[in-house]
Design a protein around this ligand. Sequence first.
Ligand SMILES: *[C@@H]1O[C@H](CO)[C@@H](O)[C@H](O)[C@H]1NC(C)=O
Ligand SMILES: *[C@@H]1O[C@H](CO)[C@@H](O)[C@H](O)[C@H]1NC(C)=O
Ligand SMILES: *[C@@H]1O[C@H](CO)[C@@H](O)[C@H](O)[C@H]1NC(C)=O
Length: 436
Amino acid sequence: MYLLLQLLVTVLTFMSHGHVAIIVYAQPYTSVVAPIKKHIDAAKPLYSVEIITTYDQNKHSPANFLIDIDAPFIWHDCIVLAESYKTNCPSNTLCPSPMSCEDYQCDDVRTIYSYKNNPSCPEDPGHTSLGGWGCACPVNVVDPVTSSCGQALLNYDDFTMYTSDGRKVGVDAFNKFYGANPNAACAPSSSFASFPANVSGVMAFSSSPYAFPAYLYQPLKKSLALCIPSKPSDRGVLFFGTGPYYLLPQLNVDVRSYLSYTPLVKREGSFGYFINVNGIVIKTRSINVPTNTTAKLSTLDPYTTLRTDIYKSVVRRFSMVTKRLHYAKPIAPFGLCYSTSTTGLKVPDIDFILPNGKKWTISTTNSIKQVTNKVACLAFVDGGATSEPEIVIGTFQFEDNFLEFNLQNSTLGFSSSLLRKKTSCTNFNFTPTGNP
Ligand SMILES: *[C@@H]1O[C@H](CO)[C@@H](O)[C@H](O)[C@H]1NC(C)=O
Ligand SMILES: *[C@@H]1O[C@H](CO)[C@@H](O)[C@H](O)[C@H]1NC(C)=O
Ligand SMILES: *[C@@H]1O[C@H](CO)[C@@H](O)[C@H](O)[C@H]1NC(C)=O
């Protein structure tokens, strides 16, 4: 009897393993992929990802969303309309269905997964009735450019991305697209006035259960890879999935082979991503940072911000190792500038020393920004004497670096500058493969 039972269990185990294996094998894609653009026409440089939105009876069209790895949920330019009112949807407008104030997600987002600590937001975003349909679910949204508070209505949304095997866009004719149905929020068009032109939403990539990654299936929700371009005319790349990832001209080098990994750490009250930094080294000299210094990763801060004590030490050391350059009058927000062009310029690396001796190397293209024709500055900013967290790593330092946020085992993979590997974030092959 026991033997029989054991046999049965063995057979069942075998069957279930076989079943899992078949599902994994049958999936012809390892990731979904989307282009990233840089925008310099707003108050600060910002980056968007192009996602396919659905409107007007399933017509697909691409729209640009700001990349925000900290936001609690997605919001964009749309109007909530209940199914029976969809014919009232204005042309060229997205009209997803509203979330009711009675749905549990409404309470969840309003009380827990909301924009936090913004003094300009009302404590209670109130209630909104939808004529004849019932009540909608208003939430506060914070403008990432102006930090002002606005209001949006939660919805049941519909986004589509291209599948990929890490090399191309759309793996085959039958599996070209992947659809996700997150709860997002609709804000009026006027909410996006401060955004770069043709960017009409915020794509939340945080650890919140209402951010985009939470709505993906395996293996796509395993990690988020970002590779942001340095020029507005270029196109970077974003992946969700497991890898591999390939960038031209290296057809057979998985970008993951360039990555070092460091743990991602959580911070109370934030949905964002943090890493520990143990020190900063510039030309063999170490700048001590306080024990347990955390650095927040930010896709909205254009330059890395350091608490004043750390900032001063970095600037002192950096000016020492760049003595041969001619200093220029600093141009805000920077404090150390040179009369020079970055063309052909090479300054010593700035190494962020991470746990287990891992090293994120910031080389010239990510440390020196050309501000005017004649002046280039150290692209680090004084965050003030009490800035919390002590370090915020901003986007200038991410450009042409490959970052893989492994959401499953909470690690960050980072490549340092891809230019040193003779490739860049603009080298993903977005050329259509000829699939219908
Ligand atoms: C706006 O962005 C979308 C998505 O990238 C693009 O298809 C469209 O051509 C852009 N429109 C303008 C006016 O640039
Ligand atoms: C998890 O993180 C480690 C680094 O700590 C990395 O080497 C490994 O590939 C990751 N595991 C998976 C399954 O992604
Ligand atoms: C640093 O972090 C570790 C682990 O989280 C903790 O045990 C230790 O007390 C912290 N040290 C300080 C000075 O905060």
